[in-house]
Design a protein. Structure first.
Length: 370
């Protein structure tokens, strides 16, 4: 997916919402509502909590409290210079349908999100349908997108891209904290080749904290990262329709303790765009068909450091077993200098080859020596 598509979509939708205004149009869409101001309404309680809508822009520091269900009504943007705080145990739900745009949340570069949950009281981003007790499913709302200032030449995002060429790229960019956060039933295709993932990180820097994140039921990728230097720890991803963990455009951060269980989709880990990340401590269990395998080196010039991990391939299908490692180039052009494996095990019940693609020889030697 081209990152520029996300930002272009965001800008266009913001413009549409701004021109349409609000007030009576919003009031007419939901029964039994009361207008509080130009951007919010309260409706009948759900699960014993009042429900407050948020739409358009968050222009001042704000806290979302655990005593309220916070409903994203269309695109919601945290503006530059603003901090959005989400209390532990808070539920944020994205709305869809009823004549409104599918909802998602964007944190602009220069803004921060401080979503610090606990193991006992995680912060949950989910769909309005699931919150109301309807059946949960992928793609019931958009997802969470964070834009940072850790730009590099490869990042195809106007914020991070321009930051790099303006000489203000900050690889230590701090876009806030996500800790003990669950993102559920998200990920949508706005139109062909324009998708939103469960969690999207664009040019996010190393002082941003991403820890104990759960993604389940994404209609597109679980997590996708473009450029930046952010480090992620303790990540669990299940039931995605496309890639589970996708990195692009020169991302050079680390991922520690990544757990992926597949039931369908495209790749467990996909890497493209001169990326060379570090994965330390990972488990990939393939219980469903993946068109691109467990770890997919996409195109040429892709590298990665993989340590202390296991890829368990339990499925055989028309692709000749789920690819544990693969490269799709016509010749062996994997980035040998920036690729290594240490203490990595490939196993599983599949009788097919564990390593496929045009870099089989190189990758096999690396795995054998790991």
């Amino acid at each position: 997916m081209n990152l520029l598509n996300i930002t272009a979509i965001s800008i266009s939708i913001v413009g549409i919402l701004y021109l349409q205004g609000c007030g009576s149009n919003i009031e007419a869409t939901v029964k039994n509502t009361q207008i509080i101001d130009n951007n919010e309404t309260i409706e009948q309680s759900i699960s014993g909590k009042k429900s407050v809508k948020i739409s358009k822009f968050i222009r001042e520091d704000r806290t979302l409290t655990a005593d309220t269900n916070w409903l994203l009504d269309g695109l919601v943007v945290v503006k530059k210079g603003v901090t959005l705080t989400v209390e532990e145990g808070t539920t944020v739900a994205g709305m869809d349908g009823i004549g409104r745009e599918t909802s998602y949340l964007i944190v602009e570069n220069g803004a921060k999100i401080m979503a610090i949950g606990t193991k006992e009281k995680p912060i949950i981003f989910t769909s309005y349908k699931a919150l109301r007790g309807e059946e949960a499913a992928p793609g019931q709302w958009g997802g969470l997108t964070i834009l940072g200032d850790a730009g590099n030449p490869q990042v195809d995002s106007y914020e991070a891209h321009n930051a790099f060429y303006a000489g203000r790229s900050n690889l230590k960019d701090n876009s806030g904290v996500l800790k003990y956060v669950k993102i559920l039933n998200s990920g949508i295709e706005m139109e062909k080749d324009k998708e939103i993932n469960g969690l999207s990180l664009l040019g996010v820097g190393s002082e941003t904290i991403i820890d104990n994140i759960t993604i389940d039921m994404s209609g597109d990728d679980g997590i996708e990262i473009w450029g930046g230097t952010v480090n992620l720890t303790n990540v669990s991803i299940t039931r995605c329709n496309d890639d589970y963990f996708d990195i692009d455009d020169g991302f050079s951060g680390s991922v520690k303790n990544l757990n992926i269980t597949t039931t369908s989709g495209t790749a467990a880990i996909e890497m493209s765009g001169n990326t060379s990340a570090t994965f330390d401590g990972f488990s990939i269990v393939q219980n469903g068909s993946l068109k691109e395998g467990g770890i997919f080196f996409k195109k040429d010039g892709i590298g990665g450091v993989f340590m202390n991990g296991t890829v368990t391939d339990n499925v055989e299908d028309e692709y000749g077993a789920i690819h544990a490692l693969s490269s799709d180039e016509v010749s062996d052009r994997i980035d040998k200098v920036n690729t290594s494996f240490r203490n990595v095990i490939l196993n599983g019940s599949s009788k097919g080859p564990k390593i496929t693609g045009t870099s089989v020889k190189t990758l096999s030697e690396m795995i054998r020596d790991s």
